[in-house]
Design a protein around this ligand. Structure first.
Ligand code: UD2
Length: 332
């Protein structure tokens, strides 16, 4: 029998109907999305409005993946793998939030931070920057990519820089409760005095994410800067510890960051009541928390490099580095 146009048309129509009915079933997540139960538990005491349902099609990670400069060439075999990761990530339509603070003289770092993050941080993906400042009127006008948004949030200042740094934990935890849990899927806290110089992609998106300090990655555990005084809530007993994490870049799912920030600020508050301040402020509390709640993803020091350290040969890429600052000048 000769194949006529009408047969071809029939086949095309049949394929279309099958595709239309079949595809949604493949796209449907299996059962309740992983992580939702966790959110429900964390926020069970709070009224539920409309937290966006994350589309999760794989089990939650429990292993630890170190994104090191040495692994990077293996992980990113050409741009093809990266394209697949980006496409899969985009399909989930996730929003990542970045909380950063520019209080008092630190407003001078806003332009460098936002300008470079606009270019290099999760480029092509949806990102909300939340900038807390006591000088909203001084935030420079900046043009951002269409998928990126900047929210300027007025906040009070504190006379001691240490309090500004430590209170970030409390402010982030409060904003998760009141707002961000409805607005973003993942949340990162970053220092403002940094700039990005290379692509930082979806490899940073995971349940609980810590960055290994560029000062500490070669040092033995006992020489780390942990708080060791048992009187502090941040104390890590001598002989214990694993990595030393920089407070300048950490994050994860909204529910995990909520647990982290709440726990760390509880430690800060108890220390204040007992008249003690941890050696490296909220960074000490963060290190204690991450010791007993292991990150699901570690970022190597290339994700926060301290410019004072130069660039040893082992560091192939500085994706994100501190801006050199005169402490006397910016803090006092
Ligand atoms: C370390 C940590 C930092 C924090 C601090 C606490 C790294 C790379 N950074 O950095 O995250 O734990 O130690 O001791 O490990 N800020 C203001 N105005 C101020 C002071 C601070 O906005 O007057 C904000 C700002 O976002 C800044 C952040 O607080 O980036 C941390 O302060 P820092 O960068 O001066 O702290 P530093 O360099 O000692």
């Amino acid at each position: 029998m000769a194949i006529r146009k009408v047969h071809v048309l029939g086949l095309v129509l049949a394929a279309g109907v099958i595709g239309f009915l079949g595809i949604p079933r493949f796209r449907q997540p299996m059962g309740q999305p992983a992580g939702q139960a966790d959110l429900d538990e964390t926020f069970s005491v709070l009224p539920r409005l409309s937290y966006p349902q994350p589309f999760v099609d794989k089990p939650q990670r429990t292993d630890v993946l170190v994104m090191s400069p040495w692994l990077a060439p293996i992980m990113w075999e050409g741009t093809f793998n990266r394209d697949i990761l980006n496409a899969q990530y985009r399909q989930k339509s996730l929003v990542v939030g970045v909380a950063t603070f520019a209080i008092k003289k630190y407003i001078r770092f806003i332009q460098g931070f936002i300008g470079s993050a606009n270019k290099y941080f999760l480029s092509g993906h949806r990102v909300n920057f939340y900038l807390f400042t006591d000088h909203p009127e001084k935030v420079p006008a900046m043009e951002l990519a269409s998928e990126k948004h900047l929210f300027i949030i007025p906040v009070q200042n504190y006379s001691r820089w240490q309090d500004i740094s430590m209170n970030r934990m409390d402010i982030i935890s409060n904003y998760i409760r009141s707002r961000w849990r409805y607005e973003v899927d993942y949340l990162y806290s970053m220092d403002i005095d940094l700039q990005m110089f290379e692509h930082i992609g979806v490899e940073i998106v995971d349940t609980l994410v810590g960055t290994i300090s560029s000062w500490q990655y070669t040092k033995p555990r006992d020489s780390n800067s942990y708080e060791r005084r048992p009187e502090s809530q941040a104390a890590i007993p001598s002989g214990e510890g694993d990595f030393y994490y920089a407070a300048s870049f950490n994050g994860g799912s909204v529910s995990e960051v909520y647990k982290l920030t709440t726990a760390c600020f509880k430690g800060v508050t108890e220390d204040r009541a007992n008249g003690i301040e941890a050696k490296w402020h909220e960074e000490s509390h963060l290190n204690k928390y991450l010791l007993y709640h292991k990150p699901t993803r570690l970022l190597s020091p290339e994700y926060y490099w301290d410019e004072e350290l130069g660039q040893p040969p082992i560091v192939k890429v500085k994706r994100l580095s501190s801006v050199r600052k005169n402490l006397q000048e910016v803090r006092y």
